[in-house]
Design a protein around this ligand. Structure first.
Ligand code: 13P
Length: 319
């Protein structure tokens, strides 16, 4: 069986000094693209889906299908992870659907985007750990608030509340989480930093400080897309209107890995690749309506982007 927990996948990454990519998918075609990339690259992988974000109306059927697809890839060590569970119930449903890992994002209040108090974050995260652990399911928590726009995650890079190293140590000891997402300067979504130097706001020193206090906890970098300018240009040349911006460069991600990041969350880069390929195809083939013809380039582009990131994160060849 290829399904593994986040704890196991990230412990291996710690030993090997690399990071495992956690790729957001919102359709079965995208999950297949991610798993195909992992198979070809002989890489461990984290397939993740954000609560409330898929192409399908019935979320639990979608989650169960995702779980079944992983069995088609016996050679791939794959974690099935719930990204940004906002409530205890989100996480419990994902556990019921066979996920091997869940994130409870209790860093913000569930009914808004204001930062939650440290004690409230600890209390909800601890409850999710107590629910998940007997099922052998790993838990990721979040400290500080990561900005950006994704599935109702409001704010912009300027609104980041950075993680505090002392609090991080306290948070892990009080909650027992297997992995910790730390706010160190990145933000979610396709609009990140508006000038090239914005990427420099990634606080590598802060990652190192947190790692020093938490040598046995896997640290997670959210909002890690690089926002390739070519993909944005193709989208905009074919009827799109994506605001150009700057993301986190591959070099900065390598530096983050060298200082202790073991899970790198990435959705936007592959979504841009998918959208660019689909828009280009439709623009160049205005008479084609056959779905396989327009899906194929999108799946190929998604898979290639994921494969590139696996090589950059050092996970290729580790399965
Ligand atoms: P990006 O939007 O930078 O790809 O980040 C995705 C993410 O962190 C999901 O949790």
């Amino acid at each position: 069986m290829s399904l593994v927990t986040l704890r196991v996948a990230l412990a291996r990454a710690e030993e090997g000094g690399y990071a495992v990519g956690a790729f957001n998918v919102s359709s079965l075609d995208q999950a297949i693209a991610v798993l195909d990339a992992a198979e070809v690259e002989r890489s461990p992988v984290i397939v993740q889906s954000i609560a409330g974000m898929s192409a399908y109306a019935d979320e639990e059927r979608w989650w169960k299908r995702l779980r079944r697809i992983i069995d088609d890839y016996p050679s791939v060590p794959a974690v099935l992870h719930l990204d940004h569970g906002r409530t205890y119930e989100d996480c419990a449903r994902a556990v019921d659907c066979g996920f091997s890992s869940v994130m409870i994002d209790a860093s913000r209040e569930a009914d808004g985007d204001l930062p939650a108090s440290f004690d409230d974050n600890v209390a909800l995260t601890r409850r999710v750990v107590e629910m998940a652990r007997p099922h052998g399911v790993s838990v990721e928590g979040e400290l500080g608030t990561i900005g950006g726009a994704e599935a109702g995650i409001a704010g912009i890079a300027e609104n980041i509340v950075f993680a505090d190293p002392e609090q991080a140590a306290l948070f892990v000891s009080r909650t027992g989480v297997d992995a910790l997402a730390v706010a160190v300067g990145t933000s979610h979504g396709s609009v990140k930093f508006t000038d090239e130097s914005g990427g420099q706001r990634l606080r590598i020193g802060l990652i190192a400080e947190i790692k020093e206090r938490l040598p046995d906890t896997a640290l997670v970098l959210h909002g890690s897309s690089s926002i390739p300018a070519e993909a944005v240009a193709v989208i905009n040349a074919h009827g799109g209107d994506v605001r150009p911006s700057y993301g986190v460069s591959p070099e900065q991600k390598s530096e983050a890995i060298a200082h202790g990041i073991r899970k790198i969350n990435q959705g936007t880069d592959s979504h841009l690749a998918w959208t660019a390929a689909m828009r280009r195809f439709l623009g160049e083939n205005p008479a084609v309506v056959e779905p396989s013809a327009l899906l194929a380039p999108a799946v190929d582009a998604f898979r290639e982007m994921v494969a590139t990131r696996m090589r950059e994160f050092g996970s290729a060849g580790r399965a």
